[in-house]
Design a protein around this ligand. Structure first.
Ligand SMILES: [Zn+2]
Length: 461
């Protein structure tokens, strides 16, 4: 009997010890899991990151195929483990970039994005899934990256990079990758990298620059401002057509190239092919390396006597907003515009008018209002004779229907209400000379406002 009691007590003690061990293990796991999922809404100091002293057996197995590369080797792999990279933008470029950096074993990734995942992102932003819609992109990307390689430390930042936080953030990383798609952010990231002495690997899909990849501020090379001292006029970067993009063709390929350049720098391969810019023509499938103009002695930020010695107001400098979303132009007076609600009552009261849709034909093919006449803004600007004739014919018809010598009303619509304002200005110049006199008004907010406020069945894109 006594023996049995002793034995049971011993077993109980053993089990209790096991429970304590399990609890500790669980707490540790929960802690490491929580640190992954902790979405940062501000910049906080990070603990220093050091390279691993040696590769574990698991590391050797995981990275074996790239360890065999003489350019990388064990030394390069250990360098990667001690490298930190800040990715500005977790969209079309940032997704493939983050994926390959994590897979290759970069020690720490900062993933920054102010936006949330939308259905229309998924065709090119391949780290996000259907179930992530509405989630912060930074968090969605961090979770996907962790699934791929749990040994990579991920810090998701759900915030907008600004002159107030950029230096503090960028100083904490070794390399910065610009995956943003707006001009003010590109100048902000550039200046912060120059001021903190960090290499900037920049891929761009901006129309004015084409699709290109460049490493700035590295190995004595130029910075972004050396190449583009002045921002482009805001009208050239603000319109309603986002421009089509095939996920793989531009962001997919450029994001992968960006990953390659980041890995070369992070693994310590030194200055290999810098001061070059790689242009990519997706349509003709051509890559063209272009020698970069060298660092400019009179550059405002990296030159010999810089005028920019701290971060400035980049939205004011560029005259445009630091988001990838369409900025709203305000070119017209109030009486030159009509709300979608007021336009709806014109339609409901069978008011005679012309609805002129000034979007490009590809967009009209996606969706349009059945009674609209399509003449793209570009045709109006170029005064394409057949289009102008068509419009003139419609104006004459309308005048006959109205049976009076009035100025027939023409309402101009586009996707979001920027291009339509430009079209109103063009048409007002033509009214009474190239065309019969008309009264032109812009439909505020365009078809997307129509879809949101008037007809929820109208597709949004
Ligand atoms: Zn410069």
């Amino acid at each position: 009997m006594a023996q049995e009691v002793c034995s049971l007590k011993a077993r109980l003690e053993e089990k209790e010890k096991e429970i304590v061990d399990l609890k500790n293990k669980l707490a540790q796991l929960e802690k490491s899991h929580a640190s992954v999922l902790e979405l940062q809404d501000k910049v906080t100091p990070l603990s220093p990151l050091t390279a691993k002293p040696a590769l574990s057996n698991e590391d050797i197995m995981r990275y074996s195929r790239q360890l065999l590369l003489p350019e990388l080797g064990v030394k390069g792999q250990l360098n990667l483990s001690g490298a930190s990279v800040l990715i500005v933008g977790c969209g079309g470029l940032g997704c493939p970039l983050a994926q390959y950096l994590a897979a290759a074993g970069v020690g720490r990734l900062g993933l920054l994005d102010y936006d949330e995942v939308e259905l229309s992102n998924l065709h090119r932003q391949v780290l996000h899934g259907e179930e992530n819609q509405g989630q912060a992109k930074a968090l969605s990307a961090a979770r996907a990256v962790k699934r791929l390689n749990s040994t990579v430390e991920c810090i998701p930042y759900h915030l907008q990079l600004s002159p107030e936080n950029a230096l503090q953030l960028i100083q904490q990383y070794d390399i910065v990758a610009d995956c943003s798609d707006n001009v003010p952010t590109r100048y902000l990231v550039n200046d912060a990298c120059v001021l903190s002495g960090k290499p900037l690997v920049s891929a761009s899909a901006l129309r004015m620059e084409g699709q290109q990849l460049t490493v700035y501020n590295y190995c004595g090379g130029p910075c972004y401002r050396c190449l583009y001292p002045l921002p482009p006029p805001p009208e050239t970067v603000t319109n309603c057509s986002d421009g089509g993009v095939l996920g793989v063709a531009v962001p997919g390929i450029m994001g992968c190239f960006q990953a390659l350049e980041v890995l070369k720098i992070a693994s310590g391969q030194g200055c290999i092919l810098y001061q070059q810019l790689l242009m990519f023509d997706a349509q003709g499938f051509r890559f063209r390396p272009i020698r970069l103009r060298p660092k400019q002695a009179d550059c405002a930020v990296c030159g010999e006597s810089p005028s920019v010695t701290q971060l400035i107001d980049y939205e004011a400098f560029c005259g445009s907003a630091a988001t990838d979303k369409c900025r709203k132009l305000n070119l017209l007076s109030k009486d030159q515009r009509i709300t979608v609600q007021d336009y709806k009552s014109v339609v409901d009261n069978s008011g005679l008018h012309i609805l002129l849709d000034v979007r490009p034909l590809v967009e009209v093919n996606i969706c349009h209002l059945p009674f609209s006449l399509n003449i793209p803004l570009s045709s109006l600007e170029q005064r394409k004779s057949e289009d102008i004739q068509l419009l003139q014919q419609r104006i004459v018809q309308l005048k006959q229907q109205m049976a009076g010598d009035c100025q027939p009303p023409v309402y101009v619509i586009c996707k979001l209400g920027n291009d339509s304002q430009k079209a109103v200005q063009v048409l007002e110049k033509m009214s009474g000379s190239e065309l019969d006199s008309i009264t032109v008004k812009d439909v505020c907010g365009g078809l997307m406002a129509w879809a949101m406020k008037i007809d929820p069945r109208f597709p949004q894109y």
